[in-house]
Design a protein around this ligand. Structure first.
Ligand code: G1P
Length: 289
């Protein structure tokens, strides 16, 4: 079985839930404390041992490329002014991994976004990470857990967690087959089911290990009435044929594509920051709510 060496991060959405800021700034560049959400996702891939990353861009995403590029003027300025901590931080970002970009010309769904990665991926299994989900696990990154699960099963893997019942309709939900510990066979993956038709509360959380047969499947997957081709439909085809697993990963997950989830992530990452935590704690305690 080939090892997973490549990751794909779709970042082509409009970010409508965060308008007006996303009119000119990609939602992936919104910061949690001082770091763009997309950088957390790239770091998760890098810490999992991946150093070939393709970011799928939409329109107006030039600042994403700039963020991961070297910034000679800024580095010279930081050098001249002796700000060596910042210099290291800025330089390390441009050195994290080999990052490539492709532009998705039409906004025609998560399936078509992933199809843009075909030439980059070639004939190997690969990871897909959605930028709306940030997963905190300082011991073992979520993606590494899924890569290990793939080595165990040899089947495609979806990173999953149980979510509260009332939130389940926001997700792709697993209809479970056999379950053993953290592994659940996927019978069906139902995209955003209504609350009275939930097959379970085990939700797919924006982390996938896929095999390259997904590309041909995507080319033959019919678009939904809104014209979008959904990655979920192609995954269902794989689950029906070669099989697929949900893996319940360990880690605290933040839905940073949602305003409340974004604020929660900001507060909790702030509380983890050595320089901020005392001041922030004091401030939070002072709020008479
Ligand atoms: C996408 C997927 C869905 C998954 C979710 C996780 O939905 O289609 O299956 O549960 O990401 O964040 P979206 O949030 O893009 O609507």
């Amino acid at each position: 079985m080939s090892k997973i060496k490549k990751a794909v991060i779709p970042a082509a959405g409009f970010g409508t839930r965060f308008l007006p800021v996303t009119k000119a700034i990609p939602k992936e560049m919104l910061p949690i404390v001082d770091t763009p959400t997309l950088q957390y996702v790239v770091e998760e891939a890098v810490k999992s041992g991946i150093n070939e990353i393709l970011i799928i861009l939409g329109k107006n995403k030039k600042c994403i490329e700039d963020h991961f590029d070297i910034s000679v003027e800024l580095e010279q300025l930081l050098q001249r002014t002796g700000k060596t901590d910042y210099l290291k931080q800025v330089h390390d970002i441009s050195n994290m991994a080999h990052i490539y970009y492709v532009r998705q010309k039409e906004m025609n769904g998560s399936g078509m976004a992933v199809l843009e990665a075909e030439a980059f991926v070639g004939n190997e299994p690969f990871a897909v990470l959605y930028g709306d989900d940030i997963i905190y696990n300082p011991e073992k990154p979520c993606l590494k857990q899924l890569m290990d699960a793939y080595e165990t099963t040899g089947k495609i893997i979806l990173g999953c967690q149980n979510v509260p019942r009332e939130e389940a309709p926001k997700y792709g939900i697993i209809q479970p087959g056999n379950t053993k510990g953290k592994y659940t066979e996927i019978k069906k993956l139902v995209e955003k089911p209504p609350i009275d038709k939930l097959p379970s509360t085990l939700a797919s959380i924006g982390r996938y290990i896929l095999t390259p047969d997904v590309f041909d499947i995507l080319k033959h997957t019919p678009a939904m009435p809104n014209g979008e081709v959904c990655l979920t439909d192609a995954i269902q085809t794989i689950a029906d044929t070669t099989g697929a697993y949900a893996y319940t990963f360990d880690g605290k997950r933040y839905d940073v594509g949602d305003k409340l989830g974004y604020i929660q992530a900001t507060v909790e990452y702030g509380l983890r920051d050595e320089n901020l935590k005392e001041g922030l704690k004091k401030y939070l305690k002072s709020l008479k709510l």
